[in-house]
Design a protein around this ligand. Structure first.
Ligand SMILES: [Zn+2]
Length: 258
């Protein structure tokens, strides 16, 4: 795993080649390549994108030019090849050049037989976006969840890209069923984690979402829902990151306003 600016990078190195999960922003590609070079002389053969966001796909162009094959879910390819607008962040994203787009896409799942491991990537619909992949290194007992899991702060769920809070909870449940107490779980952002912490995160998202949903369905307005403090017991621990408390409620609300 490599930390940096942008989403956490997962790496598999071994006798065959280098398998990379997510590649942060383009200006970091040289740093990332240098960090990989410190570990192995083998080439980067595959780059798998957990989803389309630019802090996870920004290095695609550089790695593709270096000879890597870019892989992602079908919907990642669709979103990377057309202009996107992330409503919650009011962010317009230009399509990536052709060379930066996935060359191989999958609809449900795909397995890589590499470095003595079985690397199983599968799609979870309507989670952080509509194109999320979770990657399970079966022999190493490591799972990369991309931005379905923000470890330590409230998550961003991109409802304008087909994400949903209930999909995030469903994806967490799927990983909890696959993991054991020794499984290392890589979140999209935040430090490396485990099954017990993922369970706490999952319950937090499910609890706050259920409260916001109920209030929204009773016809309450956003400021009334924020005033009702539906996340009160979680704010101290989770509300100090990229998505502060009020914005988290607003984001959950956006899932029910559609
Ligand atoms: Zn993301």
């Amino acid at each position: 795993m490599l930390f940096g600016a942008g989403g956490n990078i997962g790496l598999s190195v071994g006798a065959d080649s280098v398998f990379v999960i997510d590649d942060q922003f383009a200006p970091l590609s040289e740093k990332i390549a240098a960090a990989i070079k410190k570990i192995t002389d083998k080439p980067v053969q595959f780059v798998l994108n957990t989803h389309w966001h630019s802090d996870h796909t920004g290095g695609n162009e550089n790695f593709a030019k270096g000879g890597a094959l870019i892989i992602a879910h079908d919907n990642v390819k669709k979103r990377l090849s057309t202009e996107q607008f992330i409503e919650f962040l009011r962010a317009k994203e230009a399509p990536l050049p052709k060379i930066a787009q996935p060359v191989v896409t999958f609809s449900t799942d795909v397995t890589f037989h590499i470095n003595g491991d079985e690397v199983y990537a599968f799609h979870m619909p309507k989670a952080h976006t509509d194109g999320d992949a979770i990657i399970h290194f079966r022999k190493s007992n490591v799972i990369h969840m991309g931005d379905i899991f923000f470890n330590g702060f409230y998550p961003f769920i991109d409802t304008s890209s087909g994400g949903s809070p209930e999909g995030v909870v469903a994806a967490a449940d799927r990983v909890l069923a696959m993991a054991d107490d020794a499984t290392r779980i890589i979140p999209g952002h935040g430090p490396v984690s485990n099954k017990a912490e993922l369970k706490i995160y999952r319950d937090m998202v499910a609890t706050v979402n259920a409260r916001v949903k109920k209030l929204a369905q009773e016809g309450k307005k956003l400021d009334e829902i924020i005033a009702a403090k539906p996340s009160a017991e979680y704010d101290e621990r989770w509300g100090k990151g990229f998505i502060p408390t009020g914005r988290f409620i607003e984001m959950l609300m956006s899932a029910w306003a559609k």
